[in-house]
Ligand binder design. Structure first.
Ligand code: CFM
Ligand code: HCA
Length: 533
């Protein structure tokens, strides 16, 4: 495998090869530690799957908040592929307070670029308040806004004073970072500064009050998770941000525990909540049955209540009995197969566990925009050197809240629990990967094609940008971003949906009618010599 990777890299000009080789790791569990390069700039000209800071801020973190109107200040092109394609579902008790079906953009024109777009934005906020009467408004800037210097912060502040509802501006211009990841950070800072803690609840409304962070309700995932949590007696104060609402989020400070599903997109808020209110966070994973069970057990152990622990076991046993027959049926088709699992910043890890439960071995996994800690675990945090790009988004300074900070569990018990569960910790993707499998950061289209040729997986899972290229190679492809209009895939019942969909992909006769290119014609061979074209 080493040799094949080397040959693949040899096709690159020397400078590109030097760069890319640090983003590819052949897993070797006999080594205590293997380093990967991540969260650095993509080489210009390479076809990456990455998106921009605006996508991470508005599209990912802010967008799912349903009772707020999210204004995009920028040309309409920035909104075309952002209108519901992520499939973050939402239901609202008050149908007038769910604005997710709308795509609200200032539709900047050339004249706005030349003369400035501030007045247009102010007018748009007036219109939004008049038409929708939302609980709050966000304004997200796309690239040209920063380039021409529109002062969206002042416009938002003036509108907030005028209307008396929170109106927040996010300078998440696409170029603010090397990927979506910068946008997550910007959104986390803004929500912490302007929303969380703004509510007036002082006490947790239930015995086990939690927030679920980094869960976006794609295809209804968080509804399936909440179904079980609610039965167990947990009160979910807010989900950040799937099916989330300003009205719930503003009281997030009252939770006794924060669950972190997607570490990448929300670790900033998790850390800040710990500092400001003393609320610990627990890394959970509700994708895959084993991980769901482990997460539920850890939660029960954290609260340490016998009744909750017993009830957790009871529900686990009942759910398992319900899904096992269906899973066994699908396992007949999936067992022994192999997968490719490349997603954004957390699913590359989470889905490997679900694949494994179906008897599918993940040969390659990776992330578009994760940081080293998502691969190697948070132990490497002190070693990550900030660079010019990461310094672009400063950490928000938070202090313990004098009135609301509460020690949730004594230090000694905290240390004891940390031995047993990922409390305020994440061990990263590498710990769940086996020898001779590949971990790739910011995989590009050339490498995708090459790795497909080398590994010949039975199932490919990634996103819309590479789905069809791979299907044309005769390999079924499952989008793990929007779930190809299916889902939920989380929790117990979600695992059955996933098993069904993967089985459908595998057993479909379609693939027999496609001849992959390496079977009919030789692939391009030779090397590129620098200085010659
Ligand atoms: Fe977290 Fe996500 Fe993901 Fe992500 Fe995304 Fe997404 Fe994703 Mo697409 S927040 S990192 S920025 S789990 S939108 S719901 S599927 S790339 S792996
Ligand atoms: C984004 C959103 C995205 C894109 C998915 C894809 C999503 O990164 O802006 O490329 O298929 O999940 O919708 O990650």
């Amino acid at each position: 495998m080493d040799k094949q990777i080397e040959e693949m890299l040899n096709q690159y000009p020397a400078k590109v090869k030097r760069n890319r080789k640090n983003h590819i790791v052949l897993n070797d569990t006999s080594l205590e530690h293997q380093q990967i390069e991540a969260n650095t700039r993509t080489i210009p000209g390479i076809i990456t799957n990455r998106g921009c800071a605006y996508a991470g801020c508005k599209g990912v973190v802010l967008g799912p908040l349903k009772d707020m109107v999210h204004i995009v200040h920028g040309p309409i092109g920035c909104s075309y592929y952002a209108w519901m394609t992520r499939r973050n579902k939402a239901k609202s008790e008050d149908p007038k307070k769910n604005f997710l079906n709308y795509c609200v953009s200032t539709d900047m024109q050339e004249s706005d670029i030349v003369f400035g777009g501030e007045k247009k934005l102010a007018r748009m906020i007036d219109e939004v308040v008049e038409i929708f009467k939302p609980n709050a408004i966000t304004v997200s800037a796309t690239c040209p806004v920063g380039l021409i210097g529109d002062d969206i912060q002042s416009i938002a502040k003036a509108a907030e004073d005028k209307y008396g509802i929170p109106i927040m501006a996010f300078n998440c211009e696409g170029y603010k970072g090397v990927s979506q990841s910068a946008g997550h950070h910007i959104a986390n800072n803004g929500l912490m500064e302007h929303v969380i803690g703004r509510g007036d609840l002082e006490e947790a409304p239930a015995k086990y009050t939690i927030n679920m962070l980094g869960e976006y309700n794609i295809g209804g995932d968080s509804w399936e998770i909440e179904r079980v949590l609610t039965e167990l007696g947990y009160h979910v104060q807010t989900v950040m941000t799937g099916n989330g609402a300003y009205e719930d989020l503003k009281n997030a400070h009252i939770a006794q525990l924060n669950l972190v599903q997607c570490h990448r997109s929300i670790n900033y808020i998790a850390d800040m909540l710990e500092k400001k209110y003393g609320t610990p966070w627990l890394k959970v994973n509700f994708i895959g049955i084993r991980s769901t069970i482990e997460s539920l057990r850890n939660m029960a152990m954290y609260f340490g209540d016998k009744e909750l622990i017993d009830k957790t076991e009871e529900v686990i046993a009942r759910e398992l009995a319900e899904i096992e027959p269906a899973l066994d049926k699908y396992r007949k088709y999936t067992n022994g197969k192999t997968a490719f699992c490349f997603v954004g910043g957390s699913r590359g890890h989470h889905y490997q566990i679900l694949y494994e439960e179906l008897g599918i071995k993940t040969l390659l996994a990776g992330y578009e925009f994760a940081h080293r800690d998502d691969y190697e675990g948070r132990v490497v945090l002190p070693d990550i050197k900030p660079d010019a790009d990461s310094k672009n988004i400063p950490d928000l300074h938070v202090e313990p809240d004098e009135r609301r900070y509460r020690v949730k569990i004594p230090q000694e018990r905290m240390a004891e629990l940390q031995e047993k569960m990922p409390l305020c910790n994440y061990k990263g993707m590498r710990m769940d990967m086996i020898d001779n499998t590949v971990m790739v950061d910011d995989l590009n289209h050339y490498e995708t094609e090459e790795f497909i040729r080398i590994l010949k997986p039975d199932i490919f899972s990634s996103g819309i940008k590479d789905k069809y290229i791979v299907q044309k190679m005769g390999i079924p492809s499952k989008q793990l971003h929007n779930y190809d209009y299916s889902g939920p895939y989380a929790g117990f019942k979600g695992a059955v949906n996933f098993a069904r969909d993967i089985t459908m992909g595998i057993v479909s006769p379609t693939w027999k009618y496609i001849t992959p290119p390496w079977k009919s014609s030789p692939l391009i061979e030779g090397t590129i010599e620098e200085g010659r074209s």
